[in-house]
Each structure stands twice: as structure tokens, then as C-alpha cells.
Design a protein around this ligand. Structure first.
Ligand code: OAD
Length: 231
């Protein structure tokens, strides 16, 4: 059975109504990355950062998985390969669609993290900057999001999967942010067939064996159906 590693980004959730980052009217056109997505920004103005992620949590809770999330969950249950989804997204649409072998490499909106002791707990709908850790009681709650300058989660597990990958797909990601943008090169080195599935070619599009362009709700179910037919 082939090892299938799938990297997803904001584009897979766009048709569920969640804003992407780098569209002309996207989140990074509305907010300064340095202010809301760095440890320094959080230290300067925790309320601004917590409120930014409170708004993201609210939008994610109001959204439903789309046909692309559902197709990836279907791929996992049909047992045509060992499927690992690595998402940069902090929404929970993959797990709500039914994916179980899933890594949130940039964290998740659904947990809070204690900056003092590392404890994690379910995030309330509205976090507040002075929230106390339920374990060590430090007033050090932060969103469980990997910010710029921080190490993404579970990199050992991801690189191990990439080194054994037979098929690598990147879906709905612009190729701006490393290490994720480097996964295609890693998978290619391991001999994987690589495919980019995106609305437009990403910054690393030339590194893929194949590029499929179009909205994820069409292109992802098509790709999954072809893999399932191939068996
Ligand atoms: P971007 O906003 O950079 O890119 C989204 C990609 O999805 C673009 O290439 C779009 O063309 C594509 N896209 C948009 N709508 C689509 C659709 N309906 N179907 C298919 N593709 C579509 O988002 P990411 O690449 O995910 O990190 O961004 C990576 C990281 O940068 C994020 O995880 C976040 C951000 O800063 C942190 O906050 C740490």
C-alpha cells in the first residue's frame, strides 16, 4: 500500500467561508503579521492577539467541512494507502469531516496553551489575556498557535512520513511559509510522485510532477476518485 502524505493550507477551507491569508483581501491584508502572529506581538499586546484568534475561532465554529475535506476523509477510510494529512490550518474542518491521521503543524484554535508550563486544555469560545492555566495557575494562557519564529509541531513525525512517501500532495497552500513549502522537495528526494492542487500555481509549483488547478471542492474529490479507482 502506498504511503500518501497530504499537506493542506488555507485554500482547502476557503470554500467553507474561512478567509485565506494572502488573498488581496485576506487576513494579512487586514492585520499586520508582526502584531498578531509573533511571540513579540503577543508580548506587546496580548489582548489584540487573543481577540484576533477569538475571531478566527468564531469563524471556524460557524463553518462546515466542504467536499474537499470530505474527500480526504474518504481516502483514509477506503484503505488504498496509508494516509497522513498534515495541515497548516488551525480550524478543525479535517477532523470534523472524519480525517483521523492528522497533524496540525501550526497548532489549533480548539486548545489553549500555558506559556509557563506547557499544559494544554480546551479553549473557551472567548479566551482572555489574563486566563489562568488550570494546571499551574499561572496567568499565562495563550492560543495554541505556532507563530512566526516558533517551531511547528511534530516535525520529526512529518519528516519521517515524507521520507517514506510514495505520493505527496499539497492542497490550497501558497508556498510562502517554510518548513511546509519545503515538503515537496523532501518528498521528491524520497522518490514520491508529487502533485499540487491549488487555485493557482504556488511559489513552489515548478517543483511538482503535476499541477492541478481549480477550486478545491472540485479538484480534490476528482483526485481522490482517481486514486480510489486505481486502487
Ligand atoms: P495562503 O493564504 O498563503 O494561500 C492560500 C492558497 O490557497 C493560495 O495559493 C490560493 O490560490 C489557494 N486557494 C484559495 N482559494 C482556493 C480554493 N477554493 N481552492 C483551492 N485553492 C485555493 O495560505 P497558506 O499557504 O495556508 O501561518 O498559509 C500558510 C501559513 O501562512 C498559514 O498557516 C499561516 C500563514 O501566515 C501562521 O499563521 C503561522
Amino acid at each position: 500500500m502506498p504511503n500518501i502524505v497530504i499537506l493542506t493550507g488555507a485554500g482547502i477551507s476557503a470554500e467553507s467561508g474561512i478567509e485565506t491569508f494572502r488573498a488581496d483581501t485576506g487576513l494579512w491584508a487586514q492585520h499586520d503579521v508582526e502584531d498578531v502572529a509573533t511571540p513579540e506581538g503577543f508580548a506587546r499586546d496580548p489582548a489584540l492577539v487573543v481577540n484576533f484568534y477569538n475571531a478566527r475561532r468564531k469563524a471556524a465554529a460557524a463553518a462546515a467541512p466542504n467536499a474537499a475535506h470530505e474527500a480526504l476523509a474518504r481516502l483514509e477510510t477506503h484503505n488504498v494507502g496509508d494516509v497522513l494529512v498534515v495541515t497548516q490550518n488551525v480550524d478543525a474542518l479535517h477532523e470534523r469531516a472524519g480525517s483521523t491521521n492528522l497533524i496540525h503543524m501550526h497548532g489549533t484554535l480548539d486548545t489553549a496553551l500555558c506559556a509557563a508550563c506547557g499544559h494544554r486544555w480546551p479553549a473557551p469560545a472567548e479566551m482572555a489575556p489574563a486566563d489562568r492555566c488550570p494546571d499551574c495557575a499561572a496567568p499565562a494562557a495563550r492560543p495554541d498557535i505556532v507563530w512566526f519564529g516558533e517551531m511547528p509541531y511534530q516535525m520529526d513525525r512529518i519528516f519521517d512520513a515524507l521520507s517514506r512517501a510514495d505520493i505527496f500532495a499539497a492542497i490550497g497552500t501558497s508556498g510562502n511559509v517554510y518548513p511546509a513549502a519545503g515538503f515537496v522537495a523532501e518528498a521528491a528526494r524520497a522518490g514520491a510522485q508529487t502533485v499540487e492542487i491549488n487555485l493557482e500555481r504556488s511559489l513552489v509549483g515548478s517543483q511538482f510532477d503535476e499541477v492541478r488547478l481549480g477550486p478545491a471542492t472540485r479538484t480534490v474529490p476528482e483526485w481522490v476518485d482517481q486514486l480510489l479507482e486505481r486502487g
